[in-house]
Design a protein around this ligand. Structure first.
Ligand SMILES: [Zn+2]
Length: 396
C-alpha cells in the first residue's frame, strides 16, 4: 500500500498518504512504464538510476499545496497563484495557413480556433483576477508569438522540401509554393510553439500553464447520394484538420478531453532533445501538479458541458486513470517543452452539428453587439476553466 501511494504521488494520482522511503529509481521506472512511455521500450534510453541521483534543478513554479499553504485566511481564494494562459494557435491572417479556419456556407462566419480561444482566455483572466490570481496571456491579439516570420525559415525550409526534379516552369512553381508553405508552417506552428515554451520557461515563469483549444474531428469523406454514408471518423488527436475548400459535411460526434505530458513513442524516445525534456519533466515534480490540475479541469468540463469523454484509438495517447476518463497523457511539443505544470484543453468538436451552430450563434451575437445568450459556448468554456482552476488551487 505504501509503495502504491508513493507511485501514485510520483505519477500524480489522487491518493494522499505519507511518503515512505521508496527508491526514486523505482518510482521513475513505474512512471515511465505507466505514463511517460507505456508503449515503448524505454529502458535502453532512460537511465532511471542516473536520474535518481541527479539533483533536481530548483523549479520556478510552486505546487497547489505550497500556494494554498502560503495564503492568508482572509485572502482571496486564488491569491498567490500566477497562471499563464495560452490561447492556442494564432488566428487572424494566419488562420487559414495554420489550418484552423473553416465555414460550411459562404454566408457563415469563419470558425477560427485561434480567435475563439483568445476571447475565452481574456474572459478567464478577468474572472481569475477577481478571485485573486495573477494571470498572464501568451498572446493578446491574433498575432504570432514567434518573432521570426516565414522569411526567416526559408533556408531551413529549403533543406526540407525536395528540390524540383526538372527545370520546367511548372516544377519550379510547385517548388516555390511548397517552399513558401513549409516556411510559413515552420514560423507559425513549430516555431511558434517553441517561442511559447521559451516565453513561459524564461520570462513568465508561472505556477502553471493552461493551453486553450477547441477540438475538431477529421472531415468525413463526402459520398455520392446513392452510396451508404460512412461513420464519422473521430480523431480527437489532431485538434483540427480543417479546410475552407470543397464540400464539407459536419459530423455528429461531440466530446471533451484534457491532455498532460506523457506517452512518448519509441521514435520520440530516440531524440536527444526529447530525452532531455523528459528528464526535466520527470524529475521536477510537475507531473504530479499537472495531473491534479488536469483532472480538476477535466471534471469541470464534464460537469459544465455534459459531454462525453473523447476516446483515442492506437498508442499516441493513454488514459491515465479509469476514474478520470476525460484526462489523457500525450507527447505534444508544448506539453513536453514547458517545465511547469501544463494542461492542454480540447473541449467540443468544432465541426460537429451541435457545436458549429453554437459557434455561429456566438459569433452572430458578437457581430451585432447583442447580449450574449445564457448558453453561449465561449461563456460555458470560460466557466469550466474557472471552476477547474478553483477546484485545484483554491482549496487545500
Ligand atoms: Zn487546437
Amino acid at each position: 500500500m505504501l509503495l502504491r501511494c508513493f507511485f501514485a504521488w510520483l505519477v500524480g494520482g489522487a491518493v494522499a498518504c505519507a511518503l515512505p522511503q521508496a527508491d526514486p529509481a523505482e518510482m521513475y521506472a513505474h512512471a515511465m512504464a505507466t505514463r511517460y512511455a507505456p508503449y515503448a521500450d524505454w529502458q535502453p534510453v532512460v537511465d532511471v538510476d542516473a536520474l535518481a541521483v541527479q539533483a533536481a534543478e530548483s523549479a520556478y513554479w510552486q505546487t497547489p499545496a505550497a500556494i494554498a499553504a502560503a495564503r492568508e485566511a482572509t485572502a482571496l481564494p486564488l491569491a498567490g497563484l500566477h497562471l499563464a494562459l495560452d490561447p492556442g494557435h494564432v488566428g487572424g491572417k494566419w488562420a487559414e495557413a495554420e489550418w484552423r479556419q473553416f465555414r460550411i456556407a459562404a454566408n457563415d462566419f469563419y470558425v477560427r480556433e485561434g480567435e475563439l480561444v483568445l476571447e475565452v482566455a481574456q474572459r478567464v483572466r478577468a474572472h481569475l483576477v477577481e478571485l485573486g490570481a495573477e494571470v498572464t496571456l501568451l498572446r493578446e491579439a491574433n498575432v504570432r508569438v514567434n518573432p521570426k516570420g516565414p522569411v526567416d525559415y526559408l533556408q531551413l525550409a529549403a533543406q526540407q522540401v525536395p528540390a524540383p526534379k526538372e527545370a520546367s516552369l511548372a516544377e519550379l512553381i510547385n517548388y516555390g509554393v511548397a517552399l513558401r508553405a513549409r516556411a510559413v508552417r515552420l514560423s507559425i506552428v513549430v516555431g511558434d510553439l517553441a517561442a511559447r515554451a521559451r516565453l513561459v520557461n524564461e520570462t513568465i515563469q508561472p505556477d502553471a500553464l493552461i493551453s486553450l483549444h477547441i477540438n475538431a474531428a477529421r472531415w468525413p469523406v463526402v459520398v455520392a447520394a446513392d452510396e451508404p454514408a460512412k461513420k464519422d471518423t473521430i480523431e480527437p488527436a489532431t485538434c483540427h484538420e480543417s479546410s475552407s475548400m470543397g464540400t464539407l459535411r459536419l459530423v455528429a460526434s461531440n466530446h471533451v478531453h484534457a491532455l498532460i505530458f506523457g506517452c512518448m513513442s519509441q521514435r520520440e524516445l530516440q531524440s536527444v532533445r526529447q530525452q532531455a525534456q523528459l528528464a526535466v519533466k520527470l524529475s521536477n515534480g510537475s507531473g504530479t501538479a499537472e495531473w491534479r490540475l488536469g483532472a480538476a479541469l477535466a471534471e469541470a468540463f464534464a460537469l459544465g458541458t455534459g459531454l462525453p469523454a473523447s476516446t483515442y484509438g492506437g498508442t499516441n495517447a493513454i488514459l491515465l486513470d479509469a476514474q478520470s476518463p476525460y484526462l489523457f497523457a500525450r507527447n505534444l511539443m508544448l506539453l513536453r517543452s514547458v517545465e511547469c505544470p501544463t494542461v492542454l484543453l480540447e473541449p467540443y468538436v468544432a465541426n460537429s452539428v451541435a457545436v458549429y451552430s453554437r459557434i455561429q450563434a456566438a459569433l452572430a451575437n458578437r457581430a451585432t453587439g447583442a447580449a450574449l445568450a445564457a448558453d453561449d459556448i465561449l461563456l460555458e468554456y470560460t466557466d469550466a476553466v474557472v471552476a477547474g482552476v478553483l477546484a485545484c488551487y483554491a482549496a487545500e
